[in-house]
Design a protein around this ligand. Structure first.
Ligand code: PLP
Length: 365
């Protein structure tokens, strides 16, 4: 007999996934509907509409792509750039780096604008990096370093370029206003501040970007022209089969979004801000040093320098073993010298911050 399900319930205090909202978890267990069932189509329509609110957009083409956040990144570039198109990409961490790789694979001529890891992007420097790029791209919340960047300022400086924004770790956690900030194409993930399991990539594209898209992109699955039929935004009001919708995940996202929007976006942002501040204050009171630049720290994802002489991996193993708490090491060159602690979505609460601080005190004692 195979062993029973893993029944451990971990505190997922790393950079994601976070513990889902109970409503989102319950959504996964509902009876499965067919992907063309009228009841499911209604849920999908509502999900797209709830996503518009979460993004701060009125874009008709707003949908959950059927894959994780990285597919959102691929969709953003494969639909907007092809051979020889110039893509200016702000890099201040791992996910900016990944954007460069993805854009280059789409054939773009990538102009990287490097920044120190732990610092925000400099919108002026990014905007001045090339006179006439087709796209400019930046990460709103760099999960690798715990840093927020000013996308609104970049939007004001983008000129004629399309602005692509990675909102994987910002959506549902900190202020995000796609339309007001001039975001033309945005992608996100479900498993962080939205408080839903990993598996979907909330995506939005405005008319300006859609009109300039690559009409036969090299990806069939992520072709936004074809996906219009999947969610009924392809014109004519009907649905065309493109792929089988991941029904259970969409139902779960619908439940998670309802939970977030019932609480109110501004209230949810305030809850993240409070929990993050409590954690960051507590860590500094313990004598620990934060990694991300002051003034640009994400409340939902805190980066902490591992104290000299402390074995980062051993601490993480003890947290898991003794306290059922998962945190993560740093990214890239900071893998062993930084910890990443997330209080996202359902975990953005004072009791979670206190639990994290108490457990860290215990294992560092
Ligand atoms: N972009 C950012 C900022 C992320 O934090 C992540 C995941 O952690 C991704 C993109 C990729 O998303 P996924 O791992 O869901 O494919």
């Amino acid at each position: 007999m195979p062993s029973a399900f893993p029944v451990l319930e971990r505190h997922l205090f790393g950079p994601g996934p976070s513990n889902p909202y109970p409503e989102a978890t319950a959504g996964l267990g509902l009876p499965l509907l067919g992907h063309l069932d009228p009841e499911f189509l209604r849920i999908m329509d509502e999900t797209c509409s709830l996503l518009r609110t979460a993004w701060g957009t009125s874009n008709a083409r707003t949908l959950p792509l059927s894959a994780t956040g990285s597919a959102g990144m691929e969709a953003a570039f494969v639909n907007t750039v092809t051979d020889g198109d110039v893509a200016v990409i702000a890099v201040n961490g791992l996910f900016g780096e990944r954007m460069c790789d993805v854009a280059a694979r789409c054939g773009a001529e990538v102009v990287r604008v490097d920044h120190e890891w732990g610092a925000p992007i400099d919108p002026e420097r990014v905007a001045q990096a090339h006179p006439n790029p087709k796209v400019i791209a930046a990460v709103h919340a760099e999960t690798s370093t715990g840093v927020r960047s000013d996308i609104e300022a970049l939007g004001q400086l983008k000129g004629d370029a399309l602005l692509i924004t990675d909102a994987v770790t910002s959506i549902g956690g900190i202020e995000l206003r796609a339309d007001d900030w001039g975001i033309d194409v945005g992608y996100a993930g479900t498993q962080k501040c939205l408080g839903v399991a990993p598996g979907l990539a909330p995506f939005t594209i405005n008319d300006r970007a859609f009109e300039r898209r690559i009409t036969t992109p090299r990806s069939w699955y992520l072709d936004l022209g074809l996906l219009g039929g999947y969610v009924g935004t392809g014109g004519g009001g009907g649905r065309t089969y493109h792929h089988t919708a991941p029904v259970a995940m969409v139902v779960s996202l619908h439940a998670g979004l309802n939970r977030v929007l019932d609480e109110g976006l501004e209230q949810v942002w305030a809850r993240h801000a409070e929990a993050g501040q409590q954690l960051q204050d507590g860590l500094q009171e313990m004598g620990l040093e934060l990694f991300a630049q002051e003034g640009w720290r994400l409340p939902e994802l805190t980066t902490v320098k591992v104290p000299d002489g402390v074995d980062s991996a051993a601490v993480r193993a003890l947290l898991l073993e003794r306290h059922n708490i998962e945190i993560s090491g740093g990214a890239g060159a900071y893998a062993a010298t930084v910890w990443r602690i997330g209080l996202m979505g359902h975990n953005a609460r004072p009791d979670a911050a206190l639990l994290m601080l108490a457990a860290l005190k215990d294992v560092l004692a």
